[in-house]
Ligand binder design. Structure first.
Ligand code: ATP
Length: 595
């Protein structure tokens, strides 16, 4: 049982043409409904531009050059022709479509060729299988094998199919279908409760597997999904408040407070001697941190465990912590050994989710802390986060300033209540972050998604001079604009932004973007950047929280400025939400009223 690849492609074309999210979700649900359960996972992975969940780290290992060679070989044209077409249109998919279509025109016509083309029609199963073989080809001759596998796939593809295969191969689908979009479509297609789906996804973020389970057994299929060492869970997130008194008020006047380290969040899984490190967006980043792997092996007296913490860069000559940017330098280096020497790190742990066969996520905070303490041998490289329990605002504030002076961003205050479980994927009030950003009145930075670009002039000609940014609304799975930002970018940033956005350019507003403003160029919502502003104001130009405060007006950030932080560790769905902006606006109003 399989589905013709042409049917998947037809839906992708329709999805690409629409500017309405509801249409997008309906199209996807329709496709999933008619897909046989045996291949529903493959369709889902393909729609997401993957072969397996991203945390497995399976990569196709095909660069543009290799893809161009495969296309050229399939259609009997010189690689330079394909390359020229690619440079001209900026989309390898379109270049492949043109090459395939020309080859068809040149090839035999008549009944025989029609019959032949019909006979070798591609199915999703076949496309997936070939791509999987491409991804797993290794060793000597792997490159050649990849090219010949791909060229045979292209040779069998129609021009439209070739377009999406090419885009998939170079990792630039330009469709912007996200996990949440697919969960909506799955819930609709198989009549499964949306919340139950999302819960399963938080515990086991593999949409292909979830799709297959429910296609085969409906909602029952979700029962077998549980916390599994080796499979990252969605991290628990923190709310924000800006005074110690508000925080203690929220946490029953007693809070467990920890330094908020400015590094990279790491969810670390240990199974026997094997250790894996997952990032905030659940990518396998083990390769970048061989030092962390050995720290964990040396300091955790557990056979199987999942722990969470922050990887922080430090200056070995002073022992002082260094900011997050230093870690990013390290990750950009190709030579891992050298990077490790140049940017040493420490591991600061703050939670434990699993220990030797037992899932701990339903235990209260203190029990999880006790479990962690029972197996952690602290040393120079690994230790628990600095902490204290506070009932008094002033003492909490002293702790907060102490954290700042130690190079931390502030503190995270955690609930000590009986119900203080580890809430996977949720931003609840069990954890509250308390940061102070001295640079602005806004109180905190926000992470926004780039959805549009405005051409630059003068010195910025040929690049974008400003960007349209949006916040995320999980209830509609859409992005709502909140500002246009042009300041804070260095010349180097503008070039980098241009390069990062080029593969995301589309010719109309993306269906998951809600905007009144019309930028010169639209993008698939993907890139997240950090922005700070003077304050949050009401504005009729932006769609964020439209009508929530007053009819006809939304929220906007006044005098927004890029902080220099690219939040590539965040998926667009992890950007600041419209609800958070509304909270920030309300808080700002309260502070102003108090003054
Ligand atoms: P988010 O709140 O969405 O995680 P963010 O990076 O914008 O994203 P931050 O303001 O950085 O939010 O605060 C939360 C982050 O703080 C966590 O994701 C984690 O990486 C980091 N962190 C540092 N120290 C701690 C700690 N002791 N406990 C929990 N989180 C901590």
């Amino acid at each position: 049982m399989d589905i013709r690849f042409a049917e998947v492609v037809k839906v992708l074309e329709n999805v690409e043409a629409t500017t309405q999210r509801t249409v997008m979700a309906r199209l996807l649900a329709g496709l999933l409904r008619k897909t046989p359960p045996q291949v529903v996972d493959k369709v889902v992975y393909f729609l997401l531009g993957d072969l397996r969940p991203p945390w497995e780290g399976l990569e196709l290992g095909v660069g543009e050059k290799l893809a161009i060679r495969a296309i050229a070989r399939a259609y009997g044209v010189p690689a330079s022709r394909v390359e020229d077409a690619y440079r001209r249109v900026g989309d390898l998919g379109e270049a492949a479509r043109r090459a395939a279509s020309e080859a068809r025109k040149k090839g035999a016509t008549g009944i025989l060729s029609f019959v032949q083309a019909e006979a070798r029609h591609l199915t999703m199963g076949r496309v997936y299988e070939v791509l999987y073989r491409v991804a797993t080809a290794s060793g000597e001759g792997a490159q050649d094998l990849k090219v010949s596998l791909l060229s045979s796939l292209f040779a069998d593809a129609s021009p439209e199919e070739a377009k999406y295969i090419a885009r998939f191969v170079v990792g630039k689908m330009r469709i912007g279908i996200a996990d949440m979009t697919l969960l909506d479509a799955l819930s609709d297609a198989f009549n499964v409760d949306r919340e139950a789906l999302e819960k399963a996804y938080h515990v086991y973020p593999d949409i292909g597997r979830i799709a297959r389970s429910i296609a085969e057994s409906g909602e029952e299929g979700l029962k077998g999904i549980s916390v599994t060492p080796g499979v990252p869970v969605q991290p628990m997130l923190a709310q924000r408040l800006s005074t110690a008194s508000e925080i203690l008020g929220k946490l029953d006047r007693k809070a467990w407070c920890e330094y908020k380290y400015d590094g990279e969040r790491a969810q670390i899984h240990k199974v026997g001697d094997r250790v894996k490190v997952f990032s905030r967006r659940l990518e396998d980043i083990t390769g970048a941190y061989p030092d962390v792997v050995s720290y964990v092996r040396d300091s955790l007296a557990a056979d199987t465990a999942i722990v969470e913490g922050e990887i922080v860069a430090y200056d070995p000559s002073t022992g002082d912590f260094l900011p997050f940017q230093e870690l990013m330098h390290r990750k950009r280096k190709h030579n891992v050994e050298e990077a490790m020497r140049e940017y040493p790190v420490k591991l600061i742990l703050f939670d434990m989710l699993y220990l030797d066969g037992r899932t701990l996520t339903d235990l209260p905070l203190l029990d999880r802390k006790a479990m962690l303490a029972s197996v952690l041998n602290e040393n120079d490289n690994v230790r628990h986060a600095d902490w204290g329990i506070f009932v008094d605002e002033e003492k909490l504030d002293v702790f907060f300033y102490e954290a700042l002076s130690e190079g931390c961003e502030g503190v995270i205050c955690k609930s000590l209540a009986g119900g203080s479980v580890y809430e996977m994927g949720a931003r609840g009030w069990l954890w509250i972050k308390y940061k102070r950003d001295y640079r602005s009145e806004m109180g905190d930075t926000v992470d926004l998604v780039v959805v549009g670009g405005f051409h630059g002039r003068g010195k910025r000609a040929g690049l974008y001079g400003a960007f349209l940014l949006a916040a995320y609304d999980p209830s509609t799975d859409s992005f709502y604009t909140v500002c246009k930002v042009g300041s804070g970018f260095t010349d180097e940033d503008l070039v980098r932004m241009y390069q990062m956005l080029e593969p995301l350019r589309i010719d109309h507003r993306h269906p998951r973007v809600v905007s009144k403003m019309e930028p010169h160029v639209w993008f698939v919502p993907e890139l997240v950047i950090e922005v700070v502003g003077a304050e949050i104001t009401l504005s009729p130009l932006h769609t964020c929280c439209m009508g929530s405060v007053k009819p006809g007006v939304g929220l906007a950030i006044r005098f927004p400025r890029f902080t220099g932080r690219y939040r590539t560790d965040k998926r667009p769905e992890q950007a600041t939400t419209v609800g958070e902006l509304l909270d920030m606006y309300a808080r700002q109003k309260r502070v102003k009223a108090a003054e």
